[in-house]
Design a protein around this ligand. Structure first.
Ligand code: 76R
Length: 254
């Protein structure tokens, strides 16, 4: 049997896409709308208070285009906490004006392609690499303005089957992929989280940048790299803009 790479898992991720029922919103009395935005602001402020801690991170984004209006992203050490967050959101007045458009559940992952050593003898791994790996497993959501999210899988066609390749071939392809990725250091931050057994695709990719052109450029450049050109399969893409919870008022005012 072909060997599966070792993996280490970190925080669980919930990407929660909502649309606003603008008709219901416009028809609602001023007092109810006020209470609803207050509840959204409070809910999200409370979730974001964890930023920089060992207990997770959260952020909210507006979504541009017709796929949704809002994207809530939560990283937490357990799936149970994400479940709780989802129910707490439903309990807000604000949730009554929203519909679920899409959601994605995944868990941050580092695999043996990054470092074999980390899995065999973690003590021997140098400090820099260990910090890099731990950063991937417990990702802080950066302050970057723009986000791009999409799910993806590795192809399992008779001709191009990622899962039939030997470890060394996969490791070479991932090293090539990493080389392309590293050219975007300082421009792009990414969170790669596995969703095998958790959601419909194999990974959820979340990219952050201060310039939406970098989001386009990295995805485009990677399309030419073998790891994606031969083996990448992609779901829908979502793009959004981060906003502080205090801006719920302004956002809902249009
Ligand atoms: O240090 C290293 O060399 C890490 C190498 C690395 C791995 C193993 C790496 C680097 N990634 C890895 C794994 Mn990645 N990544 C994506 C996408 O749109 C597309 O075509 C693909 C979506 C982007 C944009 C991206 C960015 N990566 C993975 C995996 C899991 C594969 C597996 O386990 O089988 C997926 C699905 C995936 C997808 N990757 C990088 C980047 C960037 C910017 C880097 C370099 C930056 C960095 O090292 O932090």
């Amino acid at each position: 049997m072909v060997e599966a790479p070792e993996t280490a898992e970190g925080w669980y991720a919930l990407h929660d896409f909502r649309s606003v029922d603008w008709d219901a919103w416009r028809d609602a009395p001023e007092r109810d709308r006020e209470a609803a935005v207050e509840s959204a602001e409070q809910f999200q402020n409370h979730r974001e208070r964890l930023a920089g801690s060992d207990d997770g991170d959260s952020a909210v984004f507006t979504v541009t285009g017709n796929k949704a209006d809002l994207l809530f992203v939560h990283f937490r050490p357990t799936l149970d906490e994400l479940d709780q967050i989802q129910r707490s959101f439903e309990a807000t007045e604000f949730a009554g004006y929203t519909e679920r458009e899409y959601s994605y559940v995944s868990v941050t992952e580092v695999s043996g392609y990054v470092s074999d050593e980390y899995f065999t003898d973690p003590e021997a791994v140098d400090e820099g690499l260990r910090r890099y790996i731990e950063g991937k497993l417990t990702p802080e959501i950066p302050d970057d303005t723009y986000v791009s999210f999409y799910p993806m899988s590795k192809r399992r066609d008779p001709e191009y089957n990622w899962y039939d390749l030997d470890f060394d071939e996969r490791a070479d392809l991932m090293a090539g992929h990493g080389d392309v990725g590293r050219e975007y250091a300082g421009k792009i931050k990414q969170v790669i989280a596995s969703s095998v057994g958790l959601d419909d695709w194999e990974w959820g990719v979340t990219l952050f940048s201060d310039d939406p052109t970098h989001l386009k450029d990295i995805v485009y450049e990677m399309r030419f790299d073998e790891a994606s050109s031969k083996y990448g399969e992609f779901g829908s893409f979502y793009v959004g803009r981060r906003f502080p919870p205090e801006d719920f008022h302004a956002y809902m005012a249009g």
